[in-house]
Each structure stands twice: as C-alpha cells, then as structure tokens.
Ligand binder design. Structure first.
Ligand code: DX5
Ligand code: ZN
Length: 214
C-alpha cells in the first residue's frame, strides 16, 4: 500500500521544509483543493499549487472538492499533477465525461465519494476510473476521526473490482493513523492518504515509513 501525505496538515509557514519531508518518504503528495461550496471549508488554491511543481519529487495527487471540477482539470495538469480526482456529488451524469477529460490531459482519473454516498454508485466507473477515493471522514477538514464502516465499504468495492477483473485502485482519505492503517490495508486499500498523522508527528519521515510498514 502506498502512503500519500496530505499537505493540508502541513505547516504553511514552512511549506518547502514540509515538502522535503514528503520527498524523502512519501509515495505520492496529496493536495486538497476546496471551494467552500461543495464542502464547508476553503483550503489553498492554484497560487500555491503553481509553486509546487519544481520542488515536489513525488507524483502529485490533486483532490478537487469543488463544484464544476472540470473547469480546473487543465490547470491541474499544467501544474504537473499525475493524478486528479473530483467528487461524484459534483459530477453527477457527467462522471464519465470528466474521467475522459482528465485522461485527455494526461492524468490518472479518480472519482471520490463522501461517506454518505453508497459505494455501488461507483460501480459503473470500475475499469474506467484509474482510482476511487473513498472518503473515510466527511470531506472538508483534516484531523477528523476515521469512520469505521469505511472498511466495509472499501471491502465491498474491492470485491466488485476484483469480480470484474479490473485494475481500478482504491484510495482512502481521512483519519488514517498508525492504529488503523493495518486494517485499512487488509480491507484492500491501495493508497492511504494521511494528513495530521504525518505532519503533526515528531518525525514525519519516520511516520510515513511506519505507516507503510504497518
Ligand atoms: C479532508 C481531506 C483530507 C485531509 C485528511 O477533506 O480530503 O485529505 O487532509 O486529513 P487527516 O489525515 O488529518 O484526516
Ligand atoms: Zn483529500
């Protein structure tokens, strides 16, 4: 399982130092963009993202928690992201179209769902999306408690992916800790996002390694 530190929990006064820690340990850098409309918070935007490309040495994974996400796909690609996800709650009937747009810009396409969206709503996109982002907290804030039923949701989604012989990956985001990372891996998760567990720890590099080895 890959570990994707989430920059949302980093010290924004020392962003370059924080990124160096991810370069030294993380598999992927997870970047949360929020608009205050789809989710009840605003994080950082493209003026921050623009600066990252030259210094980030791992693939960048942009998680768009915004309405009308498609208007930003090109910008996300131009900023060097390897992966880009949008929420099913924001895409509705345009989900397949949005996946195709992300692919056209040369990125891996992810479809995200909040904890109150049934996983079966992702089934039509198995084999079409490169990854599913299953939120294990309600999108909008770092530092929330992992919602335990997310493990069952991941297992059900994984079973369907395997049954269809597809290779769509599962990413989990929210409340990932050293205490639950093993169960998350066992449920079939391919990428675990971790914000506060990594950046609020004494030694983020060691914490990422510990999460990966758990
Ligand atoms: C929440 C974000 C997460 C957040 C996770 O809406 O999508 O990526 O950074 O933070 P932790 O790991 O602290 O729950
Ligand atoms: Zn996220």
């Amino acid at each position: 399982m890959k570990i994707a530190p989430s920059l949302l929990a980093a010290d924004f006064l020392h962003l370059q130092d924080e990124i160096e820690k991810v370069n030294a340990s993380g598999d992927i850098l997870h970047l949360d963009i929020m608009d205050g409309t789809l989710v009840p918070n605003i994080s950082f935007g493209f003026s921050v993202l623009d600066k990252l490309f030259p210094v980030v040495k791992v693939p960048m994974d942009v998680h768009l928690m915004v309405v009308n996400p498609h208007q930003w796909f090109k910008k996300v690609a131009d900023d060097g992201a390897a992966m880009c996800s949008f929420h099913l709650e924001a895409s509705g009937r345009k989900t397949k179209e949005f996946i195709d747009m992300i692919h056209a810009y040369g990125m891996k396409a992810g479809v995200a769902i909040d904890p109150d969206v049934p996983v079966k709503k992702l089934f039509p996109y198995i084999g079409k999306a490169d990854f599913f982002l299953v939120m294990s907290v309600f999108a909008g804030f770092g530092g929330q408690k992992f919602i335990e039923v997310s493990l069952d949701r991941v297992a059900a989604l994984k079973a369907e992916i395997v049954a269809r012989g597809a290779d769509t990956l599962i990413e989990v985001d929210g409340g990932v800790s050293l205490a639950n990372v093993r169960a998350i891996k066992d449920a079939g998760v391919d990428i675990a996002v971790a914000g506060s567990t990594v950046f609020h720890s004494e030694n983020p590099v060691e914490t990422v390694n510990a999460l990966r080895e758990a």
